[in-house]
Design a protein around this ligand. Structure first.
Ligand code: NAP
Length: 307
């Protein structure tokens, strides 16, 4: 039999977990569905230094605190990869890949984003053999080795800095001559003696010796000249795509798949809300995800109670 809740939250990142705190604390029966470990991108982040009240905390530690908090007011937590959402009268039916299904009055989509791949030869076949999308998870495997980080956003530069504590050298390859990352992170990168920045180059092929990554071929954007960097690891950080394909029945996303929400974090589909990185917005931070989650859950509470 399908279990029914007032509120179902898809995703247990900071947005989803904050929504769970606000929803369950307000008395809504609340279920969080998550297909990985609780924490979302937090558990792939070494250090958080912009969560108010805590000057520095490890991402996994903050995730663990948030999870304990999120479930402390009675919110339930279950494994579930959501593959479809359907209308069921005033309710939404949420279907998971294992065949389980739940219904709810309000749905908060806090499913986050998935890292983009480079889509170049040698990438897919070397995942786990030197190609990694998580420096925090895999950095320690590259002690005293040279590695290459692709991308110039906050993620790329923060993870490049993190890697310098293990590796002998980090190349950062960016396709333009400017970074996207915040200025203070750029400064740290530019001052780090282990980091060499290669601008106006794109990756074209990842090389291996049959067992593991041995290098990366990069190409000058202007001259098309190629060079090979001898590296044991490649960390692509070229952005991310929103996880919203399970909302295919609803017209609630922009052309890139990000959720469009109003000031209540509600989509134009009544009862479907968005929180965190999956929402179309200019600033993706732990604190803005938490704000989304609180706002969405509060409005869902008002909607359910007819306030
Ligand atoms: P991002 O800001 O979109 O940066 C992506 C980077 O990858 C850009 O430098 C981009 O170059 C480059 N790129 C994209 N496609 C490429 C390709 N095919 N080949 C080579 N380079 C490519 O992504 P992000 O760093 O993952 O950050 C995502 C969001 O999370 C952002 O809003 C960011 O501010 C936020 N975030 C915040 C923090 C923090 O505040 N501490 C930490 C992590 C992430 P171009 O610039 O040339 O397009």
């Amino acid at each position: 039999m399908e279990r029914s809740y007032d509120l179902i939250i898809v995703g247990a990142g900071p947005g989803g977990m904050t929504a769970a705190i606000y929803g369950s604390r307000a008395g809504l029966t609340t279920l969080i569905l998550e297909m990985g470990a609780p924490g979302g991108k937090l558990i792939k982040t070494n250090e958080i230094s912009n969560w108010p009240g805590i000057q520095k905390i490890n991402g996994a530690d903050l995730a663990s605190e948030m999870f304990a908090h999120a479930t402390s007011f009675g919110a339930e937590y279950a494994y579930g990869e959501v593959i479809d959402v359907q209308d069921d009268g005033d309710m939404k039916r949420v279907i998971c890949s294992d065949g389980s299904a739940y219904t709810c009055r309000a749905l908060i989509v806090a499913s986050g984003t998935v890292e983009r791949m480079l889509h170049i030869p040698g990438e897919a076949e070397n995942i786990g053999r030197g190609v990694s999308y998580c420096a925090v998870c895999d950095g320690a495997f590259f002690k005293e080795k040279a590695v290459c980080v692709i991308g110039g956003g906050n993620s790329a530069l923060e993870e490049a800095l993190y890697l310098t504590q293990f590796v002998s050298k980090v190349y950062i390859v960016i396709r333009r001559d400017v970074f996207r990352a915040e200025a203070h992170i750029q400064e740290q990168v530019e001052q780090n003696p282990k980091i060499e920045i290669i601008k106006k180059h794109i990756p074209v092929q990842i090389l291996d010796d049959g067992m593991k990554v041995s290098g990366i071929v990069i190409q000058d954007v202007a001259s098309k000249e190629e060079q090979t960097l001898s590296v044991s690891g490649v960390f692509p950080y070229v952005g991310a795509d929103p996880i919203t394909s399970f909302l295919k029945r609803y017209d609630v996303c922009d052309t890139h798949g990000y959720l469009l929400v109003d000031q209540n974090n509600e989509t134009k589909e009544k009862g479907i809300y968005g929180a965190g990185d999956v929402v179309a917005k200019p600033l993706r931070q732990v604190v803005t995800a938490a704000s989304d989650g609180a706002n969405a859950a509060q409005h869902a509470f008002h909607m359910i109670k007819g306030i």
